[in-house]
Design a protein around this ligand. Sequence first.
Ligand code: PMP
Length: 374
Amino acid sequence: MDSLDAFARGKLDALEAGSLRRRLTPTERGPGAAAARGGRTLVSFSCNDYLGLSHHPRVIAAAQAAVAAHGAGAGGSRLVTGDHPYLGALEAGLARHKGAEAALVFGSGYLANLGITPALAGRGDLVLLDDLSHACMWAGARLSGARVLTFRHNDPGDLARTLAEHRAQHGRALVLTERVFSMDGDRAPLGDILGVAQDFDAWTLVDDAHGIGVVEDGPRAPLEMGTLSKALGSYGGYLCASRPVIELLTSRARSFVYTTGLPPASAAAALEALAILEAEPERRARPLALARRFTARLGLPEAESAVVPVLIGEAQAALEISAALEAAGFLVVAIRPPTVPTGTARLRVAFSAAHDETQVDALAAAVAALTGRA
Ligand code: PMP
């Protein structure tokens, strides 16, 4: 057997050869859409802080007050001593916002998805995912031990065909999709997907990580999860569902039971952000309006969310364009396989209420020049 280091070096060489090696880049985000890297301040179009709330004075003040009063960490799992009252208040707020009976806050969106599917499906059951589902939905599906099948992206007809072929041989069935897809920015046809799932006696879990605060809710699924880390500007994840489901998950979702509770300050910040989000519809309309301004300027299909992909193709080309944009003062990170399918490396452009029209127009001009769309 190779030594551990030889193994690691071999794998790193292979990643490097495919332009797939990842490196960390220290980044300090400021107010607005500023992000400082290597001593330069860039305009970031790569943050998921869609409403600019992570730096909102009221959100910062809520987090600071919570740290001062309750400390930096939760000190234990929710079921032991880590269930600070802010968490219950946040759960009530999220449930109300989503029109659900109840909610459960997890340590992150990733942890929520790792816990939800295995608590509801297991051996002998069927889990069907949209084939562009986020890595953490895949992870939850695989961890459940259920049979895992995919349906074509945003294709209710293909979901129906797959269910018609496989539903009868399984016990419970769970369909997984996203309200807004994280790397393509398109929305699922949720009404149709929920209808098909119901026809085949399947439950549906919708990941709303990139939807909340940015796109109108539309049809609601019986299971809706999301994150506190994007439009809500904080950190943590959640599930909204009926009371019995939430009570079951409280006992049964392993990524909830066996991990430390969210820091009270993260909950306090998210709670304040939720209040601002609900009180300021004009803030919620900004990211989509700016994304549409950008797609119109570049002749791209009209944006459906705050996320716009500019497809490049090869990973190396996407990295070079991203570097050129950085030289011009914009932070637009290239997204490569395996995060996206091979041959679809892209710039993932994320818009925020913190951007202004001038910044968006300047980015559109720079992208047009670098991709030959000018
Ligand atoms: N679901 C989707 C669709 C996501 O894009 C992400 C994060 N990028 C997550 C879940 C995970 O959320 P978190 O960052 O809170 O772990």
